[in-house]
Design a protein around this ligand. Structure first.
Ligand code: NAP
Length: 248
């Protein structure tokens, strides 16, 4: 069953990893996909082709989610190309890990700008369109680290926790117009990035998870399908942990 037939979605940071997985699963569910990337031009072009081959409309845009102006311009372009915006997934994110002792001001600011300010930028940019439509679903990609904290990731944890406060506030502000805002907190998701890690370390992480495996981008994408679709039409302001039971 196609759960997103005819819906238009914007997904930030979809040239790789989780965002790419969401774009593919959304297309399989019949959604049209506008997605962004930061520098991976070739990967974005390949994804655009792969998505279009699934019979939906798809387009990649180079846009820095940390920039207020670029986010405004992006949404204007997407509105021209796709007409309406039903779903926004703020997925773009980076890490610059270090103990506080060694963390530079630049590394703190950069992570907060790309992970958290981007959510403000994009929500602000789609707000008017969704208000006019009197519907919309916004999904923000936090992390288990935003819920629990993590040594060596204070900048990342702060950005991901900030996203939760922002989302709950949006749920309160925009609920009366049928705009829902929810958060997904992924645990350990195996992407190309984690494939580079030492196998022994990764095996240790897997064993510590109740479901005894790392998650896949598809595991996160399926949760996004639920929150983006009308199946979740009475759910807003929630944080859904998609982590194999890590936080249990
Ligand atoms: P990833 O493989 O590193 O991919 C990040 C994506 O974001 C890429 O498409 C990248 O584009 C894009 N991006 C980076 N900076 C950007 C910017 N300034 N503007 C627009 N796009 C930008 O990351 P991932 O593992 O898939 O993670 C995706 C999201 O899930 C992140 O928010 C991350 O914090 C969160 N998360 C991941 C895990 C995990 O275990 N992987 C766990 C919890 C939460 P380019 O390819 O052009 O650089």
């Amino acid at each position: 069953m196609k759960l997103l037939e005819g819906k238009n979605a914007i997904i930030t940071g979809a040239s790789r990893g989780i965002g790419r997985g969401i774009a593919l699963v959304f297309a399989q569910h019949g959604a049209n996909v506008a997605f962004t990337y930061s520098s991976s031009v070739q990967a974005a072009q390949d994804l655009e082709k792969e998505l279009t081959a699934l019979g939906i409309k798809a387009k990649g845009y180079k846009s820095n989610a940390a920039s207020f102006e670029e986010s405004q311009e992006l949404v204007e372009k997407v509105k021209k190309d796709f007409s309406s915006i039903d779903i926004l997934i703020n997925n773009a994110g980076i890490t610059k890990d270090n103990l506080l002792m060694r963390m530079t001001e630049e590394d703190f600011d950069k992570v907060v700008e790309i992970n958290l300010k981007s959510v403000f930028n994009m929500t602000k940019a789609v707000q008017r369109t969704m208000l006019k439509q009197r519907k919309g679903s916004i999904i923000n990609m936090s992390s288990v680290v935003g819920v629990k904290g993590n040594a060596g990731q204070s900048n990342y944890a702060a950005s991901k926790a900030g996203m939760i406060g922002f989302s709950k506030s949006m749920a309160l502000e925009l609920g009366s117009r049928n705009i829902r805002t929810n958060v997904i907190a992924p645990g350990f998701i195996e992407t190309e990035m984690t494939a580079k890690l030492d196998e022994k370390t990764v095996e240790g992480w897997r064993n510590a998870i109740p479901l005894k495996r790392g998650g896949s981008p598809e595991d996160i994408a399926n949760a996004c399908v639920f929150l983006g679709s009308d199946l979740s039409s009475y759910i807003t302001g929630q944080v859904l942990n998609v982590d194999g039971g890590m936080l249990t």
